[in-house]
Design a binder for this molecule. Structure first.
Ligand code: NAP
Ligand code: GDD
Length: 343
């Protein structure tokens, strides 16, 4: 089996690549050219799989439809996983056009490439619970109404709907994974969970002394990224192409995450955390809770890692990172920053 993953350098791309390679797939991934090498999440895979050409990276940007089409033509994949996005909701208010272009141009370029090359190629679109936005239902499933509240969510909604259009119009096996928030030690450092666990590590080692966040009352259905990428693969093996909600069925506030993470290292978060309007978004999504019953029943999927295990794993990882950082600081190899300027 041959898979193409756009966004392989991201959190999900790295877990999905790892899982597909372990299943014997040949994995192709797109990498954006940048002035620094940005493959840190997949470096362990490159050293293991690069030599026998099981993992092959290509320079491609989703804003360049020609490069996307050439790639599909050249690789002739069995499965395409479209994970690439400007995935930060707050940043999408700052860069709305860029964010929208990736969501819209990216998905339709890939679908067009599949339609023109080989309609047997299966397609996965990384849809998002953020599309539900201001929905008033307590628990959200595949039938719930969308109410996007950010440029990011609107662009994801376009990709979601165009995926359905290509499925229905051209009989392409095109699926949407409506994934609720999923985290890990590979999570980008400006998402709230990682921002917290990184700060916990640094505070414990005396490198940082405060943490500034935004809306502490926001509630999210947080799962483990590795469990969710496994669900992506399962959707692609199901007999028919459908839309699937992937979630834990539990929701926790940012405050609850703080409580769990700081208590784990015997600290009281109230002593370190402040809330600032600077980190609030122009339009907040206050509450998200998913209902994964369909995936549980038909895909035989369930989240394996609990909320507590997820928080503890992330804190454990960031304690080690902070310890390494402290050594570098003591050796004078890096300069101290009391708090990373985060979004
Ligand atoms: P991520 O860590 O931010 O990774 C995004 C990936 O997209 C990175 O590899 C990034 O490359 C790449 N990318 C960005 N702009 C691109 C462009 N113009 N052309 C090509 N590649 C580009 O996101 P993630 O957490 O892994 O999420 C994966 C996907 O699932 C995203 O589409 C996200 O919106 C969606 N999603 C995520 C969650 C979640 O909770 N994690 C939930 C629902 C949906 P660089 O490494 O060069 O930046
Ligand atoms: N990032 C961030 N930084 N969020 C904060 C902060 C802060 O300092 N303080 C409070 N929050 C709140 C946000 O306002 C939001 O309500 C919640 O914490 C989660 O924020 P993020 O971790 O940035 O994630 P998100 O829910 O906005 O978006 C993530 O999940 C979506 C799925 O629902 C991203 O991964 C999206 O790409 C994904 O689609």
């Amino acid at each position: 089996m041959i898979a193409l993953i756009t966004g392989i350098t991201g959190q999900d791309g790295s877990y999905l690549a790892e899982q597909l390679l372990a299943k014997g797939y040949t994995v192709h991934g797109t990498v954006r050219r940048s002035s620094v090498i940005n493959t840190s999440r997949i470096d362990h895979l490159i050293s293991e799989y690069d030599n026998d050409k099981k993992l092959i990276l290509h320079y491609s940007d989703l804003l360049d439809p020609g490069s996307v089409s050439n790639l599909v033509n050249k690789i002739q994949p069995d499965e395409v996983y479209n994970l690439a996005a400007q995935s930060h909701v707050a940043v999408s208010f700052e860069n709305p056009i860029f964010t929208s272009q990736i969501g819209t141009l990216g998905s339709i370029s890939l679908l067009e490439a599949i339609r023109n090359n080989d309609k047997e190629i299966k397609f996965y679109q990384a849809s998002s619970s953020e599309m539900y936005g201001g929905a008033i239902e307590k628990s959200l499933n595949e039938q719930s109404k969308f109410d996007p509240k950010s440029p990011y969510a609107v662009s994801k909604l376009f990709a979601h709907e165009i995926t359905k259009v290509y499925r229905e119009s051209y009989d392409i096996f095109a699926v949407n994974g409506l994934l609720f928030n999923h985290e890990s030690s590979r999570r980008g450092e400006t998402f709230v969970t990682r921002k917290i666990t990184k700060a916990v590590g640094r505070i414990k080692y005396g490198i940082q002394n405060k943490l500034t966040l935004g809306n502490l009352e926001a509630s999210r259905d947080w799962g483990f990224a590795g469990d969710y990428t496994h669900a992506m693969w399962k959707m692609m093996q199901y007999k028919t192409p459908e839309d699937w909600v992937i979630a834990t069925g539990e929701t926790h506030t940012v405050k609850e995450f703080l409580e769990k993470a700081f208590t784990y290292v015997d600290l009281d978060w109230n002593d370190y955390v402040q809330s600032s309007e600077d980190y609030f978004r122009p339009n907040e999504v206050n509450y998200l809770l998913g209902d994964p019953e369909k995936a549980k029943k038909l895909l035989k999927w369930k989240p394996e890692k609990s909320f507590d295990e997820l928080v503890e794993d992330m804190v454990d990882h960031d304690l080690l990172e902070a310890e390494k950082e402290l050594t570098l600081l003591k050796d004078g190899l890096i300069k101290p920053t009391w708090e990373n300027p985060n979004i």
